[in-house]
Design a protein around this ligand. Structure first.
Ligand SMILES: Cc1cc2nc3c(=O)[nH]c(=O)nc-3n(C[C@H](O)[C@H](O)[C@H](O)COP(=O)(O)OP(=O)(O)OC[C@H]3O[C@@H](n4cnc5c(N)ncnc54)[C@H](O)[C@@H]3O)c2cc1C
Length: 418
């Protein structure tokens, strides 16, 4: 059996490990337009800040391909898949046949139309090459602007501050980290980041990039003109489906798959940031672009590709992220409905914030800042849709734990009957 994987990132690692769980001998070919060994995208900001050296960015050891008997074709883009004859066509004309194909092409940066884009020293922030290019131009005290106050934009801003740059962040919404935080916690985190030196321009956007070849200044929607040496656009990531447009592969925003991670085309699977999957909390199919999802989906695809049986039962967004010394963990919804019950607690001394959204006695979302202690239990309760009516009054207390659950309940709901 010959397996071909397009994309050499987290979903790919999951797929390789899924295939190898079933077959040690099946042929595996990995194709990627990036020239690097499998690396962890969340670590690019740590590499840029100098927190980790290059050897720590890799997601798997350097002998990983060899040990798993993988043939790699790196630094070459797949430009087309001929599903009829089961072949992947590369940019240099090479054609690679497959028996089973995994599409793991991930996400690409979303760049809105901005007058004057592109220009030199204007970057995106999702690849190792992005931070390598930024690194070459970084000097202390230069003026840097990040567009987007989401997770990756703020990780970029943190790295730039750590490298001694002046950092401004421009964000269209009226709060930072809008997809994961509420007004209160977003304001607390913003205040904290301002103390660290980041200057925010909220409810604003970049309308024009000025400069001859290289960015020199930008004009914001509200009229400000900012001097800029480096501009980073980190607005968001969208599924990388370009080469599959106008093909029989079923797409919406991302590629549509079933529980086995199969697409609508025979012998073709997809996993990771490029697919839409079941959101266990909302019940909708959508792209949930986080690393653990990509890995699990890749693994399930790999097991099925190699002739095993595995099913993906869905997930929900969980984010665990730190900026300087602040730690944030969130999960599930962040847009409470009219009937959503809200439990909330803020401690000014410890700067610990906990908030839980409850719908129909089940936890549908949470925001925990500077407190990781009970988040594992919260995630478990959400995943298993446990009715928490009996323990609601205790759930935000500092010593809340498994012992607070009635015995039966603990066994059946939390440990699955052990
Ligand atoms: C800055 C940053 C920070 C993040 N932090 C976190 C975090 O803290 N926690 C978390 O859970 N997630 C985080 N994420 C998200 C996480 O990195 C992704 O969910 C994960 O990388 C998705 O893996 P993937 O395998 O689906 O695709 P990707 O990692 O997007 O990789 C896809 C690969 O396919 C290649 N490719 C695409 N098209 C082609 C083609 N036509 N031919 C050949 N190769 C192709 C791409 O170049 C790329 O190498 C972060 C992402 C970024 C950018």
């Amino acid at each position: 059996m010959k397996h071909v994987i397009i994309g050499n990132s987290i979903a790919c690692a999951g797929c390789i490990e899924g295939i190898r769980r079933i077959s040690k001998e099946d042929e595996i070919i990995v194709i990627s337009d990036e020239p690097y060994h499998i690396y962890s995208r969340p670590l690019i900001s740590y590499w840029l800040s100098g927190k980790i050296p290059t050897e720590k960015i890799y997601y798997r050891p350097l002998d990983y391909y060899e040990k798993n008997k993988i043939k790699t074709i790196l630094g070459k883009k797949a430009i087309k898949v001929d599903f009829e004859v089961q072949r992947v066509i590369l940019e240099d004309g090479q054609e690679i046949e497959y028996d089973k194909l995994l599409i793991a092409t991930g996400g690409k940066p979303f760049i809105p139309p901005i007058k004057g884009y592109p220009k030199e020293s204007v970057f995106t922030f999702i690849k190792f090459d992005d931070v390598k290019r930024i690194d070459k131009e970084l000097k202390p005290n230069i003026n840097t602007v990040v567009v987007g106050a989401g997770l990756s934009g703020l990780k970029a801003a943190e790295a730039l501050i750590k490298r001694g740059c002046k950092v401004k962040v421009v964000e269209l919404a009226n709060k930072i980290l809008g997809s994961i935080l509420d007004e209160f916690s977003a304001k607390k985190v913003k205040d904290y980041l301002e103390e660290k030196g980041i200057e925010f321009y909220l409810e604003n956007s970049v309308v024009e990039i000025l400069g001859k070849n290289k960015v020199e200044r930008i004009i914001l929607q509200k009229g400000e003109e900012l001097k800029v040496d480096i501009l980073i656009i980190a607005i968001g990531v969208i599924p990388n489906v370009d080469i599959f447009k106008d093909t029989p592969l079923k797409l919406r925003r991302g590629i549509l798959v079933n529980e086995r991670m199969e697409t609508n085309i025979n012998n073709v699977y997809a996993a990771g940031d490029v697919v839409e999957s079941l959101d266990l909390i909302t019940g909708n199919q959508r792209v949930i672009p986080i690393l653990p999802n990509a890995y699990t989906q890749g693994k399930i695809a790999g097991i099925n590709m190699a002739g095993g049986e595995a099913m993906y039962d869905g997930s929900f967004p969980i984010n665990s992220i730190g900026f300087f010394d602040i730690h944030i963990m969130t999960g599930g919804i962040n847009n409470p409905q009219e009937n959503t019950e809200i439990l909330e607690k803020w401690d000014e001394d410890t700067k610990i914030y906990k908030k839980i959204y409850i719908d129909d006695n089940k936890i549908t979302g949470f925001i925990f800042i500077n407190s990781f202690d009970r988040t594992g239990i919260i995630v478990d309760l959400m995943r298993k849709k446990v009715n928490i009516s009996e323990i609601k009054h205790k759930i935000l207390s500092d010593n809340f734990g498994l012992l607070d659950f009635p015995r039966e309940f603990r066994r059946e709901k939390i440990f699955g009957g052990v």
